[in-house]
Design a protein around this ligand. Structure first.
Ligand SMILES: [Fe+2]
Length: 473
């Protein structure tokens, strides 16, 4: 991929605009840099440039030396106050004092820039993938949970993002849950004093755009929506910034009566080249408990699963990315303090089983998810895809430990018995996938500094890791 060596000075940009004789791009001549500029990969691998700017009009984008007009995706404004996951007195309307702009980038474009910032493009064949998840700093009144957002050790997402960028990925996959600063930092708690809160742009900047900046520059992103981005939480920002589809009024999450539209997204595929693809599934509104029989979400999720099966047929090797892991283990404690092992996500497993008793189409080899705040890997002797969980990239880690070995006869949803299980329960970091064959990947687990603490291999549906449980120094 050809890269511009350094940012263009603003004077040079203005001169280029003048020489090109471009009219109608008044905003292009502003000297105000955008708050963020990044590249998303959307349905069928479409490249989507997004820019967030405090200027009313969208800036000009330069694509291979030509000026491309960006469209306003959402204008600056204060979104309607809506019912949120928090009590009314702990909620507020979400302010977005910035314009979100977008432009579709041709698949043969070689260089894209805005205000002298180069936007990354993917290579033709994608071989190196950074996988992160659960990256926000938790401030949640209902759980009395407060993470020290101002302490880079207690909340290390910025460090993780820098180290992941240094690995030089072709693309980044985020498996969901970006915004956790839902309520005000309690008085007297030094670790989070001064933090913005709620679901507006200020909270998005603190929890995502600022710490993620080096990784947004490093590569295009495939973004999965987590339950923290459902309509009654950070859905309004999710739709403005990261949803790859057009922003239509019923999908804005502004009105709770339209949540059945706002909480769902058609699954889409991002080709990786040479017979592989990632399929993205928005399961942000699926809880962990089985749905009631008359729950209207059942029909939408069943349609999603049929669509996933259809997408899967386009390539021999599919990675399915969604937020809540169907086939992973989460620890909890009963009232006597004993550790209980949760056997995966029952609501999604029931939906999948409603279409296929084997849960997943045979073309799906690998499941990538987050939600559980640990790293873990499970393999099922090829009967099911391997499941990896990467909910360990910034949000407070789970406090209930997972065992080094699973109890005898332990099974997950629908009797899925893991024959390999590895975990890292007390450390932050990121995972990398490097393609080594048609359906094969070399997997590394990195700590916050990028040091490799675990290595695994994926061969089709089978995965193996070196150690049962990581205990990084
Ligand atoms: Fe989650």
């Amino acid at each position: 991929m050809p890269m511009m060596k350094r940012a263009w000075p603003l004077a040079a940009l203005s001169a280029v605009i003048f020489l090109l004789g471009v009219s109608g791009f008044a905003a292009a001549q502003t000297t105000q840099s955008p708050l963020a500029a990044y590249m998303l990969l959307g349905p069928n691998g479409t490249r989507i440039a997004r820019v967030i700017t405090e200027v009313k009009d969208c800036p000009a984008l330069f694509v291979d030396g030509h000026v491309v007009e960006m469209q306003v995706r959402s204008a600056a404004g204060i979104a309607a106050q809506r019912q949120t996951a928090s009590r009314a007195e702990l909620s507020k309307a979400s302010a977005f004092p910035a314009t979100t702009c977008e432009a579709a980038i041709p698949s043969d474009a070689r260089q894209v820039s805005v205000h002298g910032w180069l936007l990354p493009l993917p290579p033709k064949t994608i071989r190196k993938i950074v996988v992160i998840g659960d990256t926000g700093c938790r401030i949640k009144a209902a759980d009395n949970a407060v993470q020290s957002c101002n302490d880079a050790k207690a909340y290390p997402f910025a460090t993780v993002a820098s180290a992941a960028a240094a690995w030089k990925p072709d693309i980044v996959l985020h498996v969901g849950d970006y915004l956790y600063r839902e309520n005000a930092c309690p008085e007297g708690v030094a670790g989070c004093q001064g933090s913005p809160w709620g679901y507006g742009l200020d909270a998005w900047r603190a929890d995502f755009f600022n710490p993620a900046a080096p990784l947004l520059k490093a590569a295009p992103w495939v973004m999965v929506r987590g339950n923290h981005e459902s309509c009654n939480r950070a859905g309004q920002g999710w739709r403005r910034f990261f949803d790859p589809y057009p922003l239509t009024p019923e999908r804005t999450c502004d009105v709770s009566e339209e949540d059945l539209s706002g909480n769902f997204t058609d699954p889409f595929a991002v080709p990786l080249g040479k017979g592989a693809q990632i399929v993205v599934w928005d399961t942000s509104d699926a809880g962990n408990k089985p749905f009631a029989q008359d729950d209207p979400r059942i029909g939408v999720y069943l349609a999603n699963v049929r669509s996933i099966a259809s997408l899967t047929r386009a390539q021999p090797h599919t990675i399915l990315a969604n937020h809540q892991p169907v086939l992973a283990i989460a620890g909890s404690r009963d009232k006597d303090g004993n550790v209980k092992l949760g056997p995966g996500n029952s609501s999604l497993a029931e939906i999948l089983a409603g279409i296929d008793p084997k849960l997943f189409p045979s073309g799906i080899d690998l499941l990538l998810s987050g939600h559980v705040h640990v790293w873990e890997q499970l393999s099922f002797a090829g009967l099911y895809p391997s499941q990896f969980v990467t909910g360990f990239s910034g949000t407070q880690e789970d406090s209930v430990p997972l065992p080094e070995s699973l109890p005898a006869n332990f099974s997950l949803m629908h009797g899925a018995v893991p024959d390999a299980f590895s975990s890292w329960i007390d450390g932050f970091g990121f995972m990398t996938l490097e393609r080594t064959g048609a359906a094969d990947w070399s997997v590394e687990i990195h700590d916050t500094q990028g040091k490799v603490v675990e290595r695994c291999t994926v061969k089709g549906r089978i995965s193996k890791c070196r150690t049962r449980q990581v205990h990084a120094g």
